[in-house]
Design a protein around this ligand. Structure first.
Ligand SMILES: [Zn+2]
Length: 410
């Protein structure tokens, strides 16, 4: 437990990487497979090779830097995240996980320490999914969520495919995606939420990712004149929706503190100031880390729609589920390695569930996986103002180092 990363070297690497695609407001625009992404990849590859890693690129363009272990037959323990960013992204989202993984290798090199199992540092292609939706597509192909043809055929607004852009920037690798055993996967990431900072905790021990269900809701009434139509004679779709939404939010409150309900889009027709709306359409996003609670929330939502229908027989209430991503529980042994590493380093920590998607969430389907969160200022991310302190970055890298040692030497 006496090994420590070089926090200053990690910070310098983060700041040097952030110069590639730097924005005027102090953020980063390094969208996937752009020329700036290529420059970031080239720099990362050079740093990996300087650290003695053998770099391979897979057919989705994900980069793996391999460090040999004492036992070449053991599957590697993989550390990393992503170097692509949002258009108005920050310096830390993704880059921290990749460069902290590299710092772990540099630290082991400094101390001439060899692990039993090999280590690998990974940079996943297209985690953000801004240019080529969906997000996390390369780790998704690795984990068998998508097939390779689907991944390579993702298309940007200008009609260019992910596969063609990989060719253009020179990162269309030969290595088959996935289909090889990995010993464990550990991803360090900024929290992208406010909990750790608010509670003064230095490390988040991520136990899994919450489940998400998306719905489209629709209420149909009838248009009528805003003046002559008495209130009790109306079939007002928006008024009925407003009453229903109170119940939608209550479903999340009933599952506090982890339940979430968000209505992020709502449109009313015909959209006239002096016409009672005859139709309303809206989206619902429901989340919880427990699958059985997700199902209970789904049940409660359907009941709320039925109750609304019972109260307003002159209107129609429709609910359509359009997507479900079940909750993910990380590997207990890997989660415990993170918890023990934080404790051994004397860093305060708490268990936390990831609210956002990460490559680790897909990879958890095929590899024992865990994540480490560190606080970021005001919980802000996907924003040029995103900031994690040098101390937080160093804390996270030290936990990554010791969790990796525990897994690779187990
Ligand atoms: Zn990220």
């Amino acid at each position: 437990m006496d090994l420590r990363v070089n926090g200053e070297r990690l910070w310098q690497s983060l700041m040097t990487m952030a110069e590639i695609g730097a924005t005027a407001k102090g953020g980063v625009n390094r969208q996937t497979l752009t020329d700036d992404d290529r420059r970031g990849r080239d720099l990362f590859r050079r740093w990996c090779e300087d650290a003695g890693l053998a770099v391979t690129i897979d057919q989705m363009g994900s980069m793996f830097g391999h460090r040999r272990g004492r036992d070449a037959d053991r599957p590697p323990v993989v550390l990393g995240s992503h170097l692509d960013s949002q258009p108005t992204g920050g310096k830390f989202d993704g880059a921290l996980g990749v460069l902290a993984a590299l710092e772990v290798v540099r630290t082991l090199n400094d101390h001439r320490t060899l692990t039993e199992a090999p280590l690998e540092v990974v940079n996943w292609t297209n985690e953000e999914g801004v240019r080529f939706p969906p997000a996390m597509v390369a780790s998704g192909v690795f984990a068998g969520v998508f097939d390779l043809a689907f991944g390579l055929s993702r298309t940007d607004h200008d009609g260019r495919t992910l596969g063609a852009e990989l060719q253009r920037i020179g990162y269309a690798g030969k290595q088959k995606v996935g289909h090889r055993p990995l010993g464990a996967l550990l991803e360090l990431h900024i929290e992208q939420g406010p909990i750790l900072e608010a509670e003064g905790q230095r490390i988040g021990v991520v136990t899994g990712g919450q489940g998400t269900r998306w719905y489209d809701g629709e209420v149909i009434g009838a248009e009528s004149h805003a003046g002559p139509t008495p209130m009790e004679a109306r079939r007002d779709a928006l008024r009925a929706t407003a009453a229903l939404l109170g119940e939608v939010y209550q479903i999340a409150h009933d599952q506090a503190p982890d339940g979430r309900a968000t209505v992020g889009e709502l449109r009313a027709w015909p959209g006239s100031r002096n016409t009672v709306p005859g139709r309303v359409a809206f989206t619902i996003d429901m989340r919880h880390p427990d699958g059985s609670v997700m199902d209970a929330m789904d049940h409660a939502l359907r009941e709320a729609f039925e109750r609304a229908q019972g109260h307003a027989p002159g209107l129609e209430f429709h609910l359509h589920e359009i997507w479900y991503a079940p909750p993910v529980t990380f590997d207990p042994a890997c989660v415990d390695a993170v918890r023990q590493a934080a404790a051994g380093l004397g860093l305060s920590s708490r268990d936390i569930v990831s609210g956002a998607g990460h490559d680790a969430v897909y990879m958890a389907r095929v590899v024992p996986t865990a994540m480490i969160f560190v606080p970021c200022r005001d919980g802000i991310s996907h924003n040029e103002a995103e900031y994690a302190s040098p101390q937080a970055c160093e804390d996270g890298a030290n936990v990554l180092l010791h969790a990796a040692l525990a897994r690779a030497n187990a």
